[in-house]
Design a protein around this ligand. Structure first.
Ligand code: PLP
Length: 400
C-alpha cells in the first residue's frame, strides 16, 4: 500500500481546495454556483507579452537557460527594482524560479533545519506554513487583529522571537486580508528586527502593483537598508501582469542566500521556462500602463463588494488597501441556525451553508488561520459579484 513520507504529515488538504473542489463539482452537476475563490486576475496576459514569447520561441529560445534565470531577465528585474523601489541589486543577488512560490520554497529548503522557527503573521497565505513544514521548520503563527488592520504589532513580534527564530514572513498587500503596510506601519516592526540580528526577513511583494486609493507601496529594504543583508524580497509577474500560468517569480537578497537557493533549484526544476522568461522581460520592461487600468477596474469591484457586504446584518468588512480579496467578519452570524436546523458554529459551517444554500463559494477565514471570517476574491465580473452579494445577503437573512 501507498505510504506517504513523514514530512507530509504536517500538511492537511487545504480548505481552499476543499471548498473550490466541491463548488466545481456542483457546477458540473448543473447547479448555478458562483466561485469567489480565484487567486488570479480574471484578465488575460497583455498581447505584447504574448508576442514576446512567440518571438522568443521562433528565435530559438527553446533551450535551458542559466540555472536561476537568464542574464537578460535578471537585468530586467534589477531595472524593475531600481524603477519601482529605488533599490540597486547586483546580478548575483537576483534569483528567478517557477513562480514566487518556488522562490519561497527554495529559500526555506536552503535555510531551515529541524526545529527552526518561522514567524508567520495570521491570517496568512496557507502556503507559507506548509512550505516551512515541508522544509522541516516550525511555523509560529501570530494572530493579527482586525482592530490593528490585520497587521502584525511590534509587541507581538517581539514576544514571538526566540533563539530558534530564523525568519519573519511578511506579505503586503496581503492574501487573504488585502491589508498593506505603509512606511510608518512597517517602521516599528523593522525596529524590532534591528534588535534581533539573527532573524531574517522574507517579504512577499507579489501584490505590489494592485493597490488602491493612492496607497503608497514600500518594501522594507527601501525603508531600512540595514536589513538588506538579511532580507529576501520576493515578487513575480503572476498578479501584476496576469501571468499566473507562465510561472515566473523572482527574489532579491544576499548573494550567499541566492547561491544556496540555486543549489535547491538545480536538483528540482533547473531553470524556469526559457519562453516564460522572455515573456517576463517584456512584462517588466515594456509599457506599464496596463497595470493602472486594471487597478481601476479592481478598485470598482472592491468598492462594490465591500459596500454590499457592509449592508448585510451580521457581516462587516474592512476596506482593503490592495490585492483582490476582502476578508469579512461573520461574527454577527455565529450561533444562528440555518433553515434546515444546522447551527452556524463557525466560519467553516457558514461557508458551507453559503455554498449549499446560496450557491456562492467563499473560503472560511480559518483556512488562513483566523476565524470567524470569510475571504472573497473579487477577481471576477461585476455582474457576478453583484449576484453573489445578493445571494449572501438573502442567505444571511434566512438565518434565525
Ligand atoms: N504570494 C502570495 C501571497 C500569493 O497569494 C500567491 C498566489 O496566490 C503567490 C505568492 C504565488 O505566486 P506565483 O504565481 O508567483 O507562484
Amino acid at each position: 500500500p501507498f505510504k506517504p513520507a513523514q514530512r507530509l504529515s504536517a500538511i492537511g488538504v487545504s480548505e481552499i481546495l476543499k471548498v473550490t473542489g466541491l463548488a466545481a463539482q456542483m457546477k458540473r452537476e448543473g447547479q448555478n454556483v458562483i466561485i469567489l475563490g480565484a487567486g488570479e486576475p480574471d484578465f488575460d496576459t497583455p498581447e505584447p507579452i504574448k508576442d514576446a514569447a512567440a518571438r522568443a520561441m521562433r528565435d530559438g529560445a527553446t533551450k535551458y537557460t542559466a540555472l536561476d534565470g537568464s542574464p537578460e531577465l535578471k537585468a530586467a528585474i534589477r531595472a524593475k527594482f531600481k524603477r519601482d523601489n529605488g533599490l540597486d541589486f547586483a546580478q548575483d543577488e537576483i534569483t528567478v524560479s517557477a513562480g514566487a512560490k518556488q522562490v519561497l520554497f527554495n529559500a526555506m529548503m536552503a535555510t531551515l533545519d529541524p526545529g527552526d522557527e518561522v514567524i508567520i503573521p495570521t491570517p496568512f497565505w496557507v502556503t507559507y506554513a506548509d512550505i516551512v513544514a515541508i522544509a522541516g521548520g516550525t511555523p509560529v503563527l501570530v494572530p493579527c487583529s482586525e482592530a490593528n488592520g490585520f497587521r502584525l504589532s511590534p509587541e507581538d513580534l517581539a514576544r514571538a522571537i526566540t533563539p530558534r527564530t530564523r525568519w519573519l514572513m511578511l506579505n503586503s498587500p496581503s492574501n487573504p486580508s488585502g491589508a498593506a503596510y505603509s512606511e510608518h506601519q512597517y517602521r516599528p516592526i523593522l525596529d524590532v528586527l534591528l534588535k534581533h540580528p539573527s532573524v531574517w526577513l522574507m517579504v512577499d511583494d507579489i501584490y505590489e502593483h494592485i493597490i488602491y486609493d493612492g496607497f503608497r507601496f514600500v518594501t522594507p529594504v527601501a525603508i531600512e537598508p540595514a536589513l538588506r543583508n538579511r532580507t529576501l524580497t520576493v515578487n513575480g509577474v503572476s498578479k501584476a501582469y496576469a501571468m499566473t500560468g507562465w510561472r515566473i517569480g523572482y527574489g532579491a537578497g544576499p548573494s550567499a542566500l541566492i547561491k544556496a537557493m540555486a543549489v535547491v533549484q538545480s536538483q528540482s526544476t533547473s531553470c524556469p521556462s526559457s519562453i516564460s522568461q522572455a515573456a517576463a522581460i517584456e512584462a517588466l520592461t515594456g509599457p506599464q500602463d496596463v497595470i493602472a487600468d486594471r487597478c481601476r477596474s479592481f478598485q470598482q469591484r472592491r468598492d462594490l463588494v465591500v459596500d454590499a457586504l457592509n449592508s448585510i446584518e451580521g457581516i462587516s468588512c474592512r476596506v482593503p488597501e490592495g490585492a483582490f480579496y476582502t476578508f469579512a467578519s461573520c461574527a454577527g452570524l455565529i450561533g444562528k441556525t440555518t433553515p434546515d436546523g444546522r447551527v452556524v458554529e463557525d466560519d467553516t459551517v457558514f461557508a458551507d451553508y453559503l455554498l449549499r444554500a446560496a450557491g456562492v463559494a467563499v473560503v472560511p477565514g480559518s483556512a488562513f488561520g483566523l476565524a470567524p471570517y470569510f475571504r472573497i476574491s473579487y477577481a471576477t465580473s461585476a455582474a457576478e459579484l453583484r449576484d453573489a452579494c445578493q445571494r449572501i445577503a438573502a442567505a444571511a437573512a434566512r438565518l434565525l
